[in-house]
Design a protein. Structure first.
Length: 406
């Protein structure tokens, strides 16, 4: 999970003085009726006396004075989440109503995907302090990760209505992205960046949304800006920028970025993207070399098998292509392009029953695919199953009447 630093920064786990719940003190100074029956001098004297008493109580009971508290915060910052949970539990034995410690322990549980513990702590925190934001935003994020988007949005909207936070805005943007509401996601990310313009995590998230919208120039602008801000994630950014260049057909720039990334480390994603660039340039030996390197590291890498199969099919090395197609389909049995390609290989090799099986599976995914309907019609014709052949061809013509003109 990549939320650690982001959440720590936004919820005060770094460069922040932790304060325990001092509700008695806050209620006292906020209750104006305590001052109305006294003269100014009496009021001042009594207030100072009461203030001193309450401060003494506060100092004695503050969780800051608990030796486990700073240890627990340090454990969070060191990503030692189980240790943090243990320490926060000890603190809650003494301060069971503490909103902040409940949220802290929930955050640690969230990091190790202990959803039940996180939700229980956050439910309790919200029941005690329904007008505070932190528990809503974190519970919303937990719901998001569990794909419970409706519940997540309710919590995140509540949190953001009370107070804007980068964490909640980014979490809501993730939901909008997952549900293909990309424009709404951009609005949240833009707002988050207006609060913290150099937040690299948010800029990268926005670049991803731009790509999904096909706004590649804007995505490139964001990635270029991130490279100026920080080179910590240089390889990842170069790989992503290289892939954008590949998508828009700037293969020279794509290769430059991907080769730069590979000089730092032999990254599987970089090898895959470079292999795809070589494939697009018809440099098949170079592409096969990259995919082979991937398979040496990850023998069941889906994309490597799929791309190798496509290259081997194009080179008419059908038996080798089938080997890689079979492995890829074990990993992703409903990949449309693979089913189509394998059907075509079976068709070419005269394995007609297998070809029909593949074409039928592909049509379950895309029932109105004219090309597959035509291909299956052709196989049925070869097998003298003329009624089925005519049925497929008629459906293809119904979808695309121009076929009658060929």
């Amino acid at each position: 999970m990549n939320y650690s630093t982001n959440y720590l920064d936004q919820h005060g786990y770094t460069n922040h003085n932790y304060h325990s719940d001092a509700s008695a003190f806050n209620n006292y100074i906020n209750d104006k009726t305590n001052f109305t029956s006294y003269s100014k001098s009496n009021s001042r004297r009594i207030l100072q006396k009461s203030f001193s008493k309450i401060l003494n109580i506060f100092k004695k009971s503050s969780k800051n004075n608990n030796p486990n508290y700073q240890k627990a915060i340090q454990a969070l910052e060191n990503l030692q989440y189980n240790e943090a949970i243990y320490l926060f539990t000890q603190i809650l034995n003494e301060h069971p109503r503490s909103y902040s410690v409940r949220c802290d322990r929930a955050y640690a549980a969230y990091q190790i995907k202990d959803w039940g513990r996180a939700i229980n702590d956050l439910n309790y925190a919200i029941s005690k302090r329904p007008k505070k934001t932190r528990a809503y935003s974190l519970r919303g994020e937990v719901y998001r990760l569990r794909s419970m988007y409706d519940k997540a949005l309710v919590d995140l909207n509540k949190s953001l209505k009370i107070q804007k936070s980068i964490f909640a805005l980014n979490s809501r943007a993730e939901i909008y992205s997952s549900t293909k509401r990309y424009r709404e996601a951009l609005l949240d990310l833009d707002l988050a960046l207006s609060m913290k313009p150099q937040n690299i995590f948010i800029i990268l998230h926005r670049a991803k949304i731009y790509c999904l919208l096909g706004l590649y120039d804007k995505a490139l602008k964001d990635l270029n800006y991130v490279l100026k801000l920080d080179t910590t994630n240089l390889v990842s950014i170069l790989v992503n920028r290289g892939d954008i260049y590949r998508i828009i057909g700037r293969y020279d720039l794509a290769l430059a970025d991907l080769e730069s990334a590979l000089q730092y480390e032999e990254n599987i994603t970089a090898l895959e993207r470079r292999g795809m660039v070589y494939k697009a340039l018809n440099k098949y030996q170079n592409a096969l070399s990259d995919f082979d390197k991937i398979l040496q590291k990850e023998p069941r890498n889906f994309n490597a098998h799929k791309n190798k199969a496509e290259i081997l099919k194009k080179a008419e090395k059908y038996k080798e292509a089938l080997t890689h197609m079979n492995i890829a389909l074990q990993i992703e049995p409903f990949d449309f392009q693979l089913l189509k390609n394998q059907g075509e290989v079976y068709h070419t090799l005269g394995y007609y029953d297998d070809a029909i099986k593949n074409y039928t599976l592909a049509l379950r995914i895309d029932p109105n695919n004219v090309e597959i309907l035509q291909k299956r019609s052709e196989v049925y014709r070869i097998l003298h199953e003329f009624e089925k052949a005519l049925s497929d061809f008629s459906k293809a013509v119904e979808i695309d009447p121009c076929l009658c003109m060929h």
